[in-house]
Design a protein around this ligand. Structure first.
Ligand code: SF4
Length: 385
């Protein structure tokens, strides 16, 4: 392989610490204890170095610091982790380097430091512009802290900023969600992610029976409102839950949806590499102990994706994207026609949920709201081998 033919790769670095645990969240994170962060950063750097030989044939064009709350770490540690990536991996000059930020952890000093270190994209978790809704979610920030964060990011030089919003929050109405969307649009971030609140098992929210949550119709109305406001403001609805100004789609997340390789680091981090999916156990102490000994951290899952599972996974991920499935590419990869496997599509097309044009099949805007139901009819993970 010539150097210019190198394949591209994404890196995901998980920071498993949060100021406190939000009652709906099932991401792997916890409050840090004394000295936890230092030891964890050292382990992450060692693991990056240990893993680098596997990535020797790749150019890294996206790096994503997620969590948890990466901005809970001091700016020096985040800069040192990025320097470690540069030392051991072949980072492209135009690489997208993202960091997630919770508004209570930001400061002008931190943002200036991140920008100087080479971070070029920040994802800010707003969720709602309504302080009562933020309280209902148990979020540690208020809307004012978010505005301060956005001001600080702009002052530091960041132009590629994502804002996360949420619909289906207890007590949220069409009007209050509309006000959140208006507040976001007025700040013109490059990217907006809009996810519905999901009640995950084993979270404090799952144990509550007093949460007033929207039904499926009300949820679809909130999604429709979101799409209408954001597309009217010039955002492209490029993925079921994601909107971007022209050229600002998240390149790292596109790797996930397009089945491109990425390596994850940290407890709970997932990887897709060499046709294999695996995840490290959600146990920070076990992760640190293994890496300090020079061993691979314990895994919670490992699977080689082949056959009907690979085909279903391709469809599930590609259909999340507005561009949908390229039927010729599907045929080349799997040797069968897309419609023979998942069709006939006439009923979904005449109902206005599916669109077939230019060799592609994709969900319409309306179809995106029912995409989970359609895909669960199409796909039969684990039954087709
Ligand atoms: S800040 Fe984010 S990652 Fe941390 S507990 Fe809340 S929702 Fe979860």
């Amino acid at each position: 392989m010539r150097p210019e033919d190198k394949e591209t790769l994404g890196l995901y670095l998980h920071v498993p610490f949060c100021v406190r645990k939000c009652p709906y969240c099932d991401f792997y994170s916890r409050k840090p204890g004394q000295g936890d962060e230092k030891r964890y950063v050292a382990a992450l750097m060692k693991h990056l170095e240990q893993t680098a030989p596997r990535a020797a044939g790749y150019e890294v064009d996206t790096v994503y610091f997620g969590g948890g709350t990466p901005t809970l770490l001091p700016r020096e540690d985040l800069a040192a982790l990025l320097a470690c990536v540069r030392r051991h991996y072949r980072l492209t000059r135009s690489a997208e380097i993202s960091v997630e930020c919770n508004p209570v952890t930001g400061s002008d000093n931190l943002f200036r430091g991140l920008f100087a270190a080479g971070f070029n994209r920040v994802s800010v978790g707003l969720q709602s512009a309504d302080d009562a809704e933020l309280g209902a979610l148990g979020r540690p920030h208020d809307f004012r802290a978010f505005l301060e964060t956005m001001r600080g990011l702009a002052a530091a030089g960041f132009t590629n900023v994502n804002v996360d919003v949420m619909f289906g929050i207890p007590g949220q109405t069409q009007e209050s969600f509309g006000r959140t969307l208006d507040a976001v649009v007025s700040l013109a971030p490059a990217h907006v992610s809009a996810y519905g609140l999901r009640i995950e098992p084993d979270t404090p929210f799952a144990a509550r029976d007093d949460l007033c949550l929207p039904d499926d119709d009300a949820t679809a109305d909130l999604q429709a409102l979101c799409a209408a406001r954001l597309t009217a403001a010039g955002y492209l609805h490029y993925e079921v839950s994601n909107y971007a100004k022209s050229g600002r789609a998240c390149r790292h997340n596109l790797r996930y949806w397009k089945g491109l390789p990425y390596l994850g680091f940290g407890p709970g981090a997932h990887s897709y590499f060499g046709g294999e999916r695996y995840a490290f156990s959600r146990d920070t102490a076990a992760y640190i102990a293994a890496v300090e000994k020079g061993a691979e951290p314990p895994l919670s899952e490992r699977e080689t994706v082949t056959g009907k599972n690979a085909q279903d996974e391709y469809v599930m991920l590609r259909m999340r994207l507005f561009e949908g499935v390229d039927e010729a590419d599907f045929k080349t990869r799997f040797g069968v026609s897309f419609e023979d496997c998942y069709g006939p599509f006439d009923r979904l097309i005449s109902a206005g949920y599916l669109c077939r044009a230019g060799g592609r099949t994709r969900f319409t805007e309306r179809g995106m709201y029912v995409s989970n139901a359609v895909l669960s009819e199409w796909l039969d993970f684990g039954k087709g081998e």
